[in-house]
Design a binder for this molecule. Sequence first.
Ligand code: GLN
Length: 445
Amino acid sequence: MSAATGAVTDALRELHTRYAGADEGELADYIPELALADPGAFGLALISMDGHRYSAGDAGVPFTVQSVSKPFVYALALSLLGLDEVSRWVNAEPSGEAFNAISLERGTGRPANAMVNAGAIVATALVPDAPGAPRFERILDCLSRFAGRKLDVDEEVYASEAATGDRNRALAHLIRSTGPLPMDPVAAVETYFRQCAVRVTALDLAAMAATLAHGGVNPLTGDRVVPEHVAAQVLAVMATCGMYDASGDWLLRVGLPAKSGVSGGLIAAGPARFGLAAYSPLLDPTGTSVRGRLAIRTLSDRLGLHLMHNPALAGATVTLVTTADELPAVPAGERERARRERVAVAAAQGALDFTAAERVLYALDEAGAGRTGAAVLDLVRVTDLDTVARAMLRGGLARLAADGRRTAVADPDGRLREPGEKTGTVRSFTSRDEAVAWCAATASG
Ligand code: GLN
């Protein structure tokens, strides 16, 4: 086993061993077929943004997706109709209530959010039938693309819920009674039962969560399943509403967008980091897998995955703040040294985003660019510039230039250029020495 495989698999195995004996909780039995699940089943899976798969225990054992389908069908509705239209029919406020509560807004009858049953039934109803692709086929296809393989329906579980699902039907009738909806939630509730009966494994769920974490692109298949902004919207609603009446406590203690289901599935997503899933059918009173909750919470603690815990990596971005006369290889001579003294130099490394760009520009000011003279920005060791960082760096250099100051970049890969721009607006060199030499040669003094 390789180093990475060993480290991550060991962490999952250790949690599996640690919590396999936790046998509190109850099997869901209001859907009779779910009460037949093996109470000992327990699987964990993690998939990285590079599509690396790690698992422990029963990660390949099939079970029905149940409420873990809700964020993905919400994602489908959002991709088809957009946030404004979807929000007219289903809100995005935490209900603080159980999954099957009558969470309808006073006056309008709009469900609180798409993670509770009332809102999920509306989200399902919002997916329109298309020629050759009825609503359920579109939903099954979407769930399959999130998982990266063709999924199917557990007909026994579907029949079991269809035979006993009066509470959800009642909810659908109540919703329909409240206002002029563009679709029929009563007709859609049978599709909702089918969507809940789609069969998955913990590894499938990890892939689905990883796809949301990866901006809507499945990291196993490379398939763009939903647009990036939709993935972010869904993660936001999972963070505030995904764990029903335990959502606040979960965000506080675990700090990851998540979704639970009554068959024992549980997903959590680390945006731009990983998708995580657990399967274990013994549930706590909020309808969340007991072992799944323990394992994911401990993993988040141990690996520092809490979203609100982001210690700044000071010094990781800026590698040099100086003036050119302090650099090695300064040619002798007072006049030359004095010229170089007036050239501020800052160097950066790694991938630059908003936060990093702020540091780089601040460093350039510290190096002396905030006062007088020329400025050199060394991007030789920068590996990526996002659009925000590019605009900020270009803007910062343009402000110096507008003050009549000479500016140059060492940017051999042309990262500061806008895509499609041939010669940049900033004077660009392949090395720092050339950029400094050009600035110093023409600096007054
Ligand atoms: N099909 C289930 C229901 O509607 C899903 C609920 C859940 O997983 N929390 O009752």
